[in-house]
Design a binder for this molecule. Sequence first.
Ligand code: ATP
Ligand code: MG
Length: 556
Amino acid sequence: MTEAPGVNFIQEAVREDLAAGRYTKVITRFPPEPNGYLHIGHAKAICIDFGIAEEFGGLCNLRFDDTNPTKEEQHYIDAIQDGVRWLGFDWGDRLYYASDYFAQMYEWAIQLIRDGKAYVDDQTADEIRENRGTLTEPGKPSPYRDRGVEENLDLFERMQAGEFPNGSRVLRARIDMASPNLNMRDPVMYRILAVPHHRTGDRWKIYPMYDWAHGLEDSIERVSHSLCSIEFQDHRPLYDWFLEQLGIFHPRQIEFARLELEHTVLSKRKLIQLVSGNYVGGWDDPRLPTLAGLRRRGYTPASIRNFCDRIGVSKAHSVVEFALLEHCLRDDLNKTAPRTMAVMRPLKLVLTNYPEGKVEELEADVNPEDPSAGRRKIPFSRELWIEQDDFREDPPKKFYRLSPGREVRLKYAYYITCNEVVKDPGTGEVTELRCMYDPETRGGWVPGGRKVKGTSHWVSAAHAARAEFRLYDRLFTRPNPDEDGQFLSNLNPQSLEKISGFIEAGLAGAPAGARYQFERLGYFCVDPDSSPEAMAFNRSVSLKDTWARIESNLKL
Ligand code: ATP
Ligand code: MG
């Protein structure tokens, strides 16, 4: 079978199913367990689930797979809904909970017991595990496997009535203890767990296992295409078995490869450790690959959807470079983010021949990529802040920026020449540059005139406001942080640097989430813990596009 361009194997399968009349309406679902925040791997699944439904004129449900009351919390449910909505998807009125189906599942369990296809097992969890066998050895049947139907019914009902302690008995499917697929060796369907559930309260003393519940949930919702990540492939025969024994609606499950990203972890179990161990500031720490973290960092929904589009859908395992995600963000912000100037590591610059008290309003495009964004005015005066990095007292070869006696351009303003370097007498640190400007070069260019190689950005000291800049680096030092099973010891100690600099005064009071390009420094967004008096900006991504370089190397 050859793939048509732009058509992946899931699209192909759905098209065939519709053409053959196997399903008449496409229903998909995104089924998170409410035990953590969504991450970029979930974004991939969400884009596929909602994308396929939309493409084939169908619907996509949001369903909370809330079968484990010990790990689930309401704030996760809220955060997950928020994340899906933020990404740009809408489940309409189809918000479902697995817990709403517990009564139906219970009835189906009774049906299987009556049919001799499920039994109550009194073995301990350890015994069950030991007797399960291995890939090369068959399992050992439980001594309780051949219990009579009546006894099983009685015990199962008493499990639910709360007569037995937690963990003392389970209900198992009676399938095949010698199956080469370990999932088919009489899997556990119910366990006793007398803990309250956030939605059903203390009604249930037993809770369904994921593998028993999941396929039933899809069937109840008449999901036509149950799209999930590859680890569920070996569970599919079990889901099929349950659906066939019960004779109920049979969705088609199709698996795709999980997203993995270099230099980060995409597993709720690991993310929870980072959050609860205070290795990061919370689920929305801008260094985390959670949707809440990426959002706070300044990622746009469009950039994440575009990323999910570009990584494509396949069954083959692959690890994606972070640079691709950053590339998608730059691509979006380049078109949409207003330009402004800010100085992260300030050095005072005084124009000795510029009149004191004079202020000029210079002009520039708000966004050169988008003329409709209009023009902006930038105040200019005698005292400025420039970047410490843009000056060297002893410039090495190929350093074309400012140095004593050297002429450079101040962006949108004038050519200037550095005449004097003022130092702190105690430390020898450069504290101020005294320069002359050339009034003939207004706008930062000389008609037909002399060339300068360096350009500096700047802000007018009299018009600037203090701001904090938060600069981020990879959260982990290794591309595969858990390669050695020690991801917590592979954290990058330099993943966050906070520095204090200056922004144009007009930015003070910009709302949380507002995104800008600080010229030459990168794309930044206003952090929620800002106030007009104390603004904080997260660097979303620098301007240097390492992905473009990777891509052009690939083409060579
Ligand atoms: P985690 O391993 O992070 O705990 P999970 O699979 O347990 O993830 P669920 O809440 O069960 O998390 O995920 C909901 C859906 O998202 C599932 O259908 C799962 O297949 C999909 N999903 C989870 N992680 C990824 C990933 N990295 N790439 C693609 N899909 C994913
Ligand atoms: Mg899961």
